[in-house]
Design a protein around this ligand. Structure first.
Ligand code: ZN
Length: 139
């Protein structure tokens, strides 16, 4: 019998940009779902934030910040055609590069991640309440 489980994770970062390791929250959702064999989809529900998998290492996160600011600097706001009445043109582009979602196998009732893989919420236009969808299917 296939099971299906849905949960929203809410975040409000105090800074405009942030990376949050949400692996423990997704692991908890897998546990609550009762799914032993299946898939977990984790996606940002906003077009200015991301979900991605990488290393939980502060130097790497500083590198992401520098790299993304090089590609799509926040300022000047006037550089983006999108910024008519808002200032988050850079955040849309950063989200596009960092991706919308991660899909992780569930094996033996646990996230089947590689040795250094962690799931992150990447915020590019924070200081407001935003959410991530976790959908787990399997048996
Ligand atoms: Zn916008």
């Amino acid at each position: 019998m296939m099971k299906s489980y849905r949960k929203e994770l809410w975040f409000e970062t105090p800074t405009r940009r942030a990376y949050l390791n949400i692996t423990p929250l997704v692991s908890e959702a897998v546990r609550d779902s009762g799914v032993a064999e299946g898939l977990a989809l984790v996606n940002a529900m906003h077009i200015t934030s991301s979900v991605f998998i990488n290393d939980d290492e502060p130097g790497l996160h500083a590198d992401f910040e520098k790299w993304l600011e090089g590609l799509a600097p926040e300022k000047p706001h006037s550089r983006y055609a999108h910024n008519t009445g808002e200032d988050n043109g850079d955040a849309h582009l950063k989200r596009q590069v960092m991706g919308r979602e991660a899909v992780v196998a569930v094996t033996g009732g646990k996230l089947d991640l590689g040795p250094w893989e962690q799931i992150f919420y990447g915020e590019f236009d924070g200081k407001r309440r935003k959410r991530v969808l976790v959908k787990i299917i399997g048996e």
